[in-house]
Ligand binder design. Structure first.
Ligand code: ACM
Length: 271
């Protein structure tokens, strides 16, 4: 299976331009699964929730999903990307109303859509987005199980563990990283769950009033034993691709007598 990522600097607010750029970059990628950064069609900083609402779209009914579905079909690859998701159904267990989630969406060449809504919101995202309401879903891509997390979720081992326990073999991780922890945390998350991990980060910076965020690139593909299979530079637009056997992620053994799932002591774990 050929898995990959695209690292680039999205242009804030320019959805059509970003989609064209993604289409151009993916034209010759020849992957089965490719992961793009968090909020990669809109950029990251928003002046207000109403500005964010203008850029958010329903999934899968909006023009971004339509463009991604066409791209997925034409390039014969599943695509996972981050976008603001507009939902007027309300959050689970709450009255109907407009919600905006920081979502990772997957579309397959057959046009099937799956969505994960970021559970752990970072910094000022808490003023803009609604926190995710889905219990870490796992998606089928042929016979391979795919999980998705978004950026800051890497800090919560329970999120990756939940996906791995549900059978995820590859964790797709669209990100807009500004702190320095994720590049090492994701190696640990991949190793402790024995899964493949695709960290698709962005580059460049965004300024809004007195806020300035610099995104630190270095996107990476990690093997279940923690080896880096591919790694991008800190500020380059790059496509990284690796050929993997996803079945490797089904073996949770680290020694002949230690299986990381079977050896868990859930009888001792509690708050
Ligand atoms: C982040 O969660 N975008 C840092």
């Amino acid at each position: 299976m050929r898995i990959g990522l695209l690292q680039f600097a999205p242009q804030p607010g320019a959805v059509r331009t970003n989609l064209d750029r993604i289409a151009h970059a993916l034209a010759n990628a020849r992957t089965d699964l490719i992961v793009l950064p968090e909020l990669c069609t809109t950029g990251y900083l928003f002046a207000s929730r109403s500005e964010l609402a203008r850029l958010a779209e329903p999934v899968p009914a909006g023009p971004t999903c339509e463009a991604m579905a066409a791209l997925s079909r034409d390039s014969n690859t599943a695509i996972v990307w981050g976008m603001p998701e507009l939902s007027d159904t309300g959050r689970r267990g709450q009255p109907a109303g407009t919600c905006i989630f920081n979502s990772a969406v997957m579309v397959t060449p057959q046009g099937r859509f799956h969505t994960y809504r970021k559970a752990h919101l970072f910094l000022d995202e808490k003023d803009l987005f609604d926190p995710g309401d889905s219990p870490f879903p796992v998606f089928d891509l042929g016979s391979v199980k795919i999980g998705a997390l978004v950026c800051f979720d890497h800090f919560f081992p329970e999120a990756a563990r939940s996906l791995a326990l549900r059978g995820a073999q590859i964790i797709c991780h669209p990100s807009n990283l500004v702190l320095e922890y994720a590049h090492t945390n994701t190696i640990t998350r991949a190793t402790e769950n024995r899964v493949f991990w695709i960290l698709a980060n962005r580059t460049g910076s965004e300024t809004l009033g007195d806020k300035r965020l610099a995104f630190n690139g270095r996107s990476q593909i990690i093997a279940p034993d923690g080896r880096l299979l591919g790694c991008a530079g800190p500020d380059s637009e790059e496509t990284i691709i690796s050929e993997i056997d996803p079945a490797e992620a089904l073996d949770k053994k680290v020694t002949p007598r230690n299986d990381l799932f079977l050896d868990r002591r859930t009888d001792l774990y509690s708050a």
